[in-house]
Write a protein that binds this ligand. Structure first.
Ligand SMILES: Nc1nc2c(c(=O)[nH]1)N[C@H]1C(S)=C(S)[C@@H](COP(=O)(O)OP(=O)(O)OC[C@H]3O[C@@H](n4cnc5c(=O)[nH]c(N)nc54)[C@H](O)[C@@H]3O)O[C@H]1N2
Ligand SMILES: Nc1nc2c(c(=O)[nH]1)N[C@H]1C(S)=C(S)[C@@H](COP(=O)(O)OP(=O)(O)OC[C@H]3O[C@@H](n4cnc5c(=O)[nH]c(N)nc54)[C@H](O)[C@@H]3O)O[C@H]1N2
Ligand SMILES: [Mo]
Length: 771
């Protein structure tokens, strides 16, 4: 058997093994957030780079924050950022660069033993590096040679489907558009992206029910809402600027229901760091009602509320928007019949089991709903990463449709996106299952026939790699082997690829667990000034609310060896495909790229002119704009989803894998999770004290987590400190990527195929020791 060390495939430093734990915080932001921002920026970037960067974040002539996809309002503060935005910028704007000497000093085998945190701390990638077959070290290589190497392999494929083109969500619209054009001109739709692991369930559910896979609300709508439900989301850490929007809403009378297994500090009290009062510790209580739900209980909760609404209507209370239902929706009768079929004695015990919530609390939620004219539901990974995520989000849509809460001010769906341009990348065509209309328009604009067969998503790409069917793996950003599930399976799969190529900004695990040969291509990032022939270029991004705007880098790049993503794609594409029918050598000009986008992607007419407006422009959204629903029925669809509770055998808990306050996905900024009271370590598992007592897990003791899945294969994550924590009963929580080793590749959501990162059945075994 392999040693435990190798089973904990995302390596860690023993020095990080002894976290200290204090009580969780009950408020978020305030002065500690500001101090932390300053510390991170100071340590990484210094004053000379750090200060100009901080002043340009989210400003109209500055750059879009590389943190989350939360939109900017029209009025900007001088410092339009949050603590975690500051950390994202500090990480990118660092003044440390990785020299060829660094790679000469550290063999790849040694780098593979380092933690992701350590790798990221070493600095920005600064010149192309090549790992030859059988070599122990990366060596510097010229851009020409690097791109020739990739071109040779791509030209040598027996089918374009032997290549996979992954995308993470920071890529600009311009780069994403060219990247998908390149893959499709080459002849494949193998374009998995981080979205497959993120909001794919939202896209699937919303497209089927409303006809558009995106959110339907604006910042203005949040302020106008009477009720906002925040389910399965931790904005205090992951979308801190959303707290200012919620604070504004509260001030104009909005009520907030929070649905979460964890009492997250950010949803309790917010101390606005942009205001003197907030800095002095005067905060706003955000949550009016907290539903501490069990993991995976949301489908059942929304079904229960919907049933209460239907029953009230039957009693003659006019709680439904009957006009809206009659004019704009399809499937109401079937939905209503199904949800009312069971008698209460059978229905409610199931609700209580699945949600852990009492009937009385669900009834209070229903009362708040009937007392609210305008309702918005916000959600993130707590809703999207379960087996039944798509039915869950469809049921959220049912909930909103019942009272006509789509397509009018102050109401709608608000899936809160992760990466700062993940939504734009999909709009630009990064999708393994592109719409026919998109392919038609693309083919017509450039004069070629795009491939029609669907490509691999993230999970299927890993399967294809494991089967030895992938010869070139190309990643535009991201950290594929660390972000994906079933780490050991994925790493083995990656090692079967012939050539792995990563266009990246920072060193990560995917650079050290590679195919037979590997290339690292260093890219300019959001903060970097992008000059070509002395002329500055700028890109565009789309935020979570469908607003497109410009982003201008401001900092001089650390090294001349970095190139823009667009330049890398164009230079590679012309080597592989020549200049016909796509004139790749002309596409270094971003205005030209935008003209092509305008011709291919609906909503981008006159792109160049509109992107030059300081506030950008908002993409059309048929349900929001005119209550038009471009679904198969031409109406908004009610769907039948039932209820669902994940099965957890005796003596096991359901584990969610989530983010600490000091990380950005696989990028670890630091070792604290301030709001949850954790310091100096990441290998912790949060367990409800009652469950812990039953399982004999003492606070402060160490345990192994063992994943259970029907294939019987052992998945073990060793040496986690038990933390007694007020999470919902039956549930546990721990950080990713350390726990990705436990998420089975085959455990995915129905329809969306998203890994079930928020519901992993685990048992606890005695600590097998520090790695
Ligand atoms: N600073 C920072 N910002 C980020 C990121 C980051 O890593 N760091 N990542 C970005 C990305 S890519 C994304 S997708 C977003 C992620 O944003 P979030 O979705 O907020 O991130 P998670 O940490 O996965 O938190 C999931 C939340 O849902 C709750 N939850 C889990 N399961 C359930 C459930 O079954 N039901 C309910 N009701 N709640 C549940 C958890 O307790 C937790 O509060 O953030 C983006 N922004
Ligand atoms: N268990 C578990 N697994 C999860 C999740 C979970 O909640 N639980 N969440 C999932 C989610 S929501 C997501 S979105 C994925 C994230 O998956 P990914 O997007 O693949 O991962 P990141 O950690 O965001 O990628 C970080 C790397 O991107 C590179 N990078 C950063 N900025 C740029 C840039 O501007 N250009 C280029 N070219 N490269 C750049 C850097 O080299 C950095 O190391 O992870 C998923 N995995
Ligand atoms: Mo994400």
């Amino acid at each position: 058997m392999r040693s435990v060390r190798h089973q904990n495939s995302v390596q860690h430093d023993p020095a990080q093994d002894s976290p200290t734990v204090g009580p969780p915080k009950t408020s978020a932001a305030g002065m500690p957030a500001v101090l932390n921002s300053v510390r991170h920026v100071g340590e990484q970037a210094g004053v000379r780079r750090g200060l100009p960067a901080m002043l340009a974040i989210n400003q109209k002539r500055g750059f879009d924050c590389p943190g989350c996809a939360w939109p900017e309002g029209d009025k900007r503060h001088t410092a339009e950022f949050c603590e975690n935005g500051a950390k994202a910028v500090a990480e990118e704007a660092t003044s440390r660069a990785l020299t060829p000497e660094f790679f000469a000093e550290h063999p790849v085998a040694e780098l593979a033993e380092r933690s992701g945190y350590w790798l990221g701390q070493q600095g920005r990638l600064a010149q192309p590096m090549y790992l030859a077959e059988g070599a122990s070290h990366y060596e510097p290589v010229s851009w020409d040679r690097a791109l020739d190497l990739v071109a040779e392999d791509l030209r040598g494929l027996s089918s374009p489907d032997e290549a996979v083109f992954y995308t993470s969500g920071r890529t600009s619209n311009e780069a994403a558009f060219l990247y998908q054009l390149f893959a499709r001109q080459l002849g494949t739709n193998n374009m998995p992206d981080c979205s497959n692991m993120c909001h794919e369930s939202s896209g699937s559910a919303l497209t089927e029910t409303l006809g558009v896979g995106k959110g339907s609300v604006s910042l203005e709508d949040l302020r106008k809402a009477d009720l906002i439900i925040v389910a399965g989301q931790n904005p205090g850490t992951n979308h801190p600027r959303m707290l200012s929007a919620l604070e504004k809403a509260k001030r104009s009378g909005t009520r907030i229901i929070t649905v979460n297994p964890l009492p997250e500090a950010g949803m309790r009290e917010f101390r606005n760091p942009q205001k003197a009062g907030g800095l002095l510790g005067r905060g706003t209580e955000l949550t009016d009602l907290f539903a501490q739900i069990r993991l995976g209980g949301d489908l059942t909760l929304f079904s229960a509320v919907n049933r209460l609404l239907l029953q009230a209507q039957e009693r003659g209370e006019e709680v439904l928007d009957r006009d809206f239902i009659a004019t704009h929706t399809h499937g109401f009768e079937e939905f209503s019949k199904d949800l009312l079929a069971e008698p209460d004695e059978e229905f409610w015990p199931r609700v209580e089991r699945a949600t852990g919530l009492e009937r009385e609390l669900v009834e209070r939620i229903a009362e708040m709903v009937t007392g609210s004219e305008r309702i918005i539901v916000c959600w993130a990974m707590g809703l999207t990463q379960h087996k039944h995520s798509v039915p869950t989000i469809r049921e959220v849509v049912n909930f909103l449709l019942l009272r006509g809460n789509v397509g009018r001010p102050g109401a709608g769906v608000c899936p809160v996106r992760g990466h700062s341009n993940v939504q734009g990348d999909r709009t630009m065509g990064i999708f393994e299952r592109p719409a026919e209309a998109f392919l038609d328009a693309l083919g017509a604009e450039f004069g070629f026939e795009p491939p029609r067969e669907h490509g691999h998503d993230t999970v299927n790409a890993i399967r294809a790699m494991a089967d030895g069917d992938v010869r070139v793996f190309f990643a535009m950003g991201g950290n594929f082997v660390a972000a994906t599930p079933d780490t050991l399976v994925t790493e083995e799969a990656m090692r079967r690829v012939g050539l792995t190529v990563h266009v990246s900004t920072k060193l990560n695990r995917s650079h050290v667990v590679t195919g037979t040969r590997a290339l690292i291509l260093p890219a300019l990032a959001r903060t970097d000034r992008d000059l070509r022939d002395g002329e500055p270029r700028w890109v565009t991004v789309e935020d979570s609310m469908g607003k497109v705007h410009a982003s201008h880098g401001v900092l001089p790049p650390l090294s001349e060896g970095m190139r823009s993503e667009v330049d890398i794609i164009c230079d590679l594409a012309r080597r592989v495909l020549g200049e016909e029918p796509v004139a790749w050598s002309e596409l270094f000009d971003y205005d030209r790229v935008r003209d092509h986008v305008a011709a291919v992607v609906p909503g981008f007419e006159d792109f160049n002119a509109r992107a030059r407006k300081p506030a950008g422009f908002t993409l059309p959204h048929a349900p929001r704009d005119d209550r038009r629903f471009p679904t198969e029925t031409g109406l908004a669809n009610f769907t039948v989803n039932g209820t669902y509770a994940p099965e957890v055998p005796e003596g096991r808990l359901l584990l969610q894998t989530l983010r600490s306050h000091d990380q950005y996905n696989t990028t670890v900024y630091g070792l604290d999770d301030r709001y949850r009271g954790i310091k100096d370590g990441r290998r912790v598992v949060l367990v409800n004290p009652e469950d812990a007592r039953e399982l004999g897990l003492e606070d402060g003791s160490y345990t192994d987590l063992v994943g259970e899945w029907r294939d019987g294969r052992e998945r073990r994550a060793a040496h986690f400190r038990v933390v007694h924590y007020p999470t919902a009963r039956g549930c546990a929580a721990s950080y990713f990527p350390e726990t990705n080793v436990l998420v089975p590749l085959d455990s995915t959501a129905e329809v969306s195929n998203t890994p079930t990162s928020k519901s992993v059945v685990v048992r606890f075994e005695p600590d097998s020791g520090a790695a």
